[in-house]
Design a binder for this molecule. Sequence first.
Ligand SMILES: *[C@@H]1O[C@H](CO)[C@@H](O)[C@H](O)[C@H]1NC(C)=O
Ligand SMILES: *[C@@H]1O[C@H](CO)[C@@H](O)[C@H](O)[C@H]1NC(C)=O
Ligand SMILES: *[C@@H]1O[C@H](CO)[C@@H](O)[C@H](O)[C@H]1NC(C)=O
Ligand SMILES: *[C@@H]1O[C@H](CO)[C@@H](O)[C@H](O)[C@H]1NC(C)=O
Ligand SMILES: *[C@@H]1O[C@H](CO)[C@@H](O)[C@H](O)[C@H]1NC(C)=O
Ligand SMILES: *[C@@H]1O[C@H](CO)[C@@H](O)[C@H](O)[C@H]1NC(C)=O
Ligand SMILES: *[C@@H]1O[C@H](CO)[C@@H](O)[C@H](O)[C@H]1NC(C)=O
Ligand SMILES: *[C@@H]1O[C@H](CO)[C@@H](O)[C@H](O)[C@H]1NC(C)=O
Ligand SMILES: *[C@@H]1O[C@H](CO)[C@@H](O)[C@H](O)[C@H]1NC(C)=O
Ligand SMILES: *[C@@H]1O[C@H](CO)[C@@H](O)[C@H](O)[C@H]1NC(C)=O
Length: 850
Amino acid sequence: MSPTNVMRMGAPLLLLCLSFLCCSIGDTYAQENIMPQIPPSLEECYNTSYFMNRQNRLPATIETLISLIEKVENTPTYSYDMRTLSVALLQRFRQDGIQRAYNVAESPGVIPYSPTGFQFPKFRILLSRLIPGNAFTFPNSTLTREERCSLHFMISSSLDLRTRGDESSVCNNLSQYRAQRLRRSPNVERKGGFVGDVEVLESFKAKAQKRGLKKGAYNALDYDFGWTSTGTTTSTTISQCPVENGVIWTPWGTVAAGALLAGVATGLQQQTVQLRTLLALSSRSNGYTNLPQTATVGVDNRWAATLAGDLAEVALVQVPFTSTETASVGANGAWNSTVMPEWYFLSQRQNFEMTDAEIRGGLDGLIIAQNIVSWRTQSSNMKLSQLLRMYYSTNGVLNSGIMACNRKANFATYAPSDQMIVQTSAFSQVLDREMQLGVTLSAANIATFSSSAAAALQSYVPNSLNDVTCTVSSSANSVTNMITPMTNIYVFLDTTWQYNTIVDYLVYILQRLNINPYASSVTLLAANDGSVIVNTTNYLPDIYQGWNVTLQAQYTAGFNLPNVLQTIQNLTQAYMTAEQSNSSVGGRSLIALMMPYSTVQVSSSDSSYATTQLQYIYEQVPDLHFIYYSSGQISRFATFVRDPSQDLFTLNTGSTPSVSSGPVVSRIVQIPRRIINPRCGSNWITPSWGTDQLAQYLNLNGTNFYRMVPNYFYGAGSNRNVAIQSTSGIQFIICTSRTVPLPTQSNATSASGGSTDITCAAIGNGFSYDLSNACNGYSYISQCPPLYISVQAPTSIQTTVSCSDNACQTPNQARYVISVTNLGCYSGVAGLFASFVTIVLAYVLREALQ
Ligand SMILES: *[C@@H]1O[C@H](CO)[C@@H](O)[C@H](O)[C@H]1NC(C)=O
Ligand SMILES: *[C@@H]1O[C@H](CO)[C@@H](O)[C@H](O)[C@H]1NC(C)=O
Ligand SMILES: *[C@@H]1O[C@H](CO)[C@@H](O)[C@H](O)[C@H]1NC(C)=O
Ligand SMILES: *[C@@H]1O[C@H](CO)[C@@H](O)[C@H](O)[C@H]1NC(C)=O
Ligand SMILES: *[C@@H]1O[C@H](CO)[C@@H](O)[C@H](O)[C@H]1NC(C)=O
Ligand SMILES: *[C@@H]1O[C@H](CO)[C@@H](O)[C@H](O)[C@H]1NC(C)=O
Ligand SMILES: *[C@@H]1O[C@H](CO)[C@@H](O)[C@H](O)[C@H]1NC(C)=O
Ligand SMILES: *[C@@H]1O[C@H](CO)[C@@H](O)[C@H](O)[C@H]1NC(C)=O
Ligand SMILES: *[C@@H]1O[C@H](CO)[C@@H](O)[C@H](O)[C@H]1NC(C)=O
Ligand SMILES: *[C@@H]1O[C@H](CO)[C@@H](O)[C@H](O)[C@H]1NC(C)=O
């Protein structure tokens, strides 16, 4: 877009940007995102209206961000470390302050968007002078266009203040979306409900006039409201609940992801640049004398990229227009969906310079920035995805106990008041030179306003920031919480369900199963003919992209149980064959999640066929677990699961996804991982005997549970055992049981209801469980109980753990190896086969006669 177009759109600050660029072009070679236009690499996100429909973007969550980062990290040709990657993400995908031009239509050659928001000048200083680097090596083709653009929208801060027309239904319901709402501290000025348009405009005018600023000499409203208008000022109506962009949902509050990544990048490349150096670099001298301390103060890029940067915006853009010179920080907001979050609405119509999400993102970024060097010393090849995973978990990063849910407690330690004032004041001086303000400020005033902004934050975070604490979120179900899910789940979806009805209930489940390259996978299939909707994947973004309302419409609706069973049998048998060929001892549970429509009834012929087919599957794929999740009388599926009391769930579309789907998640998570004899394959014939091994990783706060079905030890065998060996110096506690599916040490010893069938032992010099005659006295395989095993860490641990295997989800996992020796292959399939053939014939006959 040419400069004339930009100017026609009425963005006075850009004039200054242009002059800035001509002087700093040497430093900023090839950093296209700092140009005052949509850069060519992001054009693909703005040159169609496709991504303006937020349903076409991936859900803005921390999990999506981590998943996309994992995709990049696992690109075979990309082998750069966390520092290079975090810088590349910022340089390639972030551009703050992008707004739609008012009253400009889309047309060929005109993209009606440009970085005209007040957030842009700060962003430009950061990227050009304080976060050096580039995105030259970024593997662009690893991500799809949808993923690239979603990444851009997730990390680029801006506001959309335009009236949308849905305010009457959306804005008043915001409080209902919010988990809890704290009362604002009374000494923080303003807010607490919405103010009518007139009041806002009036109070702004009054304040400006009070400061003796003449209307017409500048356009203060343009700045404060973040966009400029070619029309008359009266057309500038602000939505009752404006939309904030560049924020992501996390379980511990909404976070501005750009500031978070900038914290990582600056922490790994910390610089303190002398204030006078930065001032000398700027194009404009304000004519006022610098303060004496200018000579000695340095701008710390970790502060500038996080809290100090946003506070400087408060000091320059907001404080001059207040009557009392009191800064107001914080702007609370809410998503209208937390399963598929796309829209984040603010509940106030002014003072957006530092929103709640920016406070959290900035604070998280600053805390990470100040610790990351020491974390990297402990774990030298820590990945960016691992860092974020740990920080947004309840285990904390490595052994530090530092994590998102206790950011408020860490505020005083990592953001002390004196440093905050110095850093805000220094950065404000720099920002003042690069930003077109509505007022002209002396250095002394900038310092005063900066202190006011810092003071507001010092009081806001402890008193008013609405955060979820660590304990609240980990209270739910203790057994579920100590398990790290690792499953292969096959979802059979009856596409009679309306996409919009079912999506939240299913996605809620998938989001909680730890789907990533190091743990679970998911396959989504149509329940009528078993055709694949989304092929097996370790990345949830593949599900979001491969399953939407139009794509779902391409599949035949319905639930055909015989087809589903045939498909799952084929898939799982193929999987077992693959495990045989790579000698994998299992590790993941196998689950078929059935989601028939509410009115589905299985006909009696399908039912008798399915019952027999199930007998066959139970023998052939003994680890496969069926779960039904549907509306209506759920007991109609009772004959198709092993345990109707545990495996049938009612889908209640009248309740929230967490209420309806929560129990399904719990059940799936509590199905133990598998230990198998890989030599059996799917035909249950072992050509050889010997030992096979499987490396496993444990979160020290958690417990891993396993199950080995009797099909591997039914007959007698010599030297047959399963053994566990620690390879990380930790003396794990191993519990075994033949009857309790989740044996733990506390259950073994508890006085009331403690089970005598649980045996626990520390690993000592190795742990081994003898299986030579473990089914003595049972006449059928189905009668012989499986072996249940759990592995947990002792309560106090002396050694520090650092896992550098590619397969560990985080570096603070402890590694151990499970070995299985001389396991057999026993299956009752042969006996069933005859009756199965009969049933198949009967079924084929029935189909033919129909
Ligand atoms: C949008 O931009 C992308 C990449 O620059 C290009 O491939 C695509 O054809 C453009 N689409 C339109 C409609 O201009
Ligand atoms: C990815 O795109 C960016 C921006 O267009 C470019 O600078 C970079 O060189 C590209 N990466 C590769 C490996 O070509
Ligand atoms: C907002 O709330 C009203 C009543 O409380 C309800 O009728 C309406 O459907 C809600 N709108 C949305 C978008 O949730
Ligand atoms: C959230 O609000 C937007 C804007 O009104 C609307 O388009 C979208 O459908 C809403 N989403 C949900 C889940 O209510
Ligand atoms: C276990 O979790 C608790 C609380 O979540 C935390 O304080 C503790 O540091 C964690 N321990 C380990 C070893 O991660
Ligand atoms: C699914 O992926 C597997 C390989 O992972 C491939 O063999 C199979 O053909 C794919 N199925 C479909 C329907 O694309
Ligand atoms: C669904 O996805 C397809 C393929 O990505 C896309 O072409 C289509 O526009 C999407 N439909 C909706 C309603 O999002
Ligand atoms: C299952 O596999 C068999 C043989 O391998 C094949 O004939 C059948 O069509 C497959 N069925 C499905 C539903 O994939
Ligand atoms: C073995 O194959 C299975 C199934 O394809 C796969 O899930 C597993 O990761 C593989 N294991 C190894 C060690 O390659
Ligand atoms: C331990 O026992 C209690 C009741 O006795 C039960 O609720 C809990 O699920 C058991 N825990 C495990 C891990 O089995």
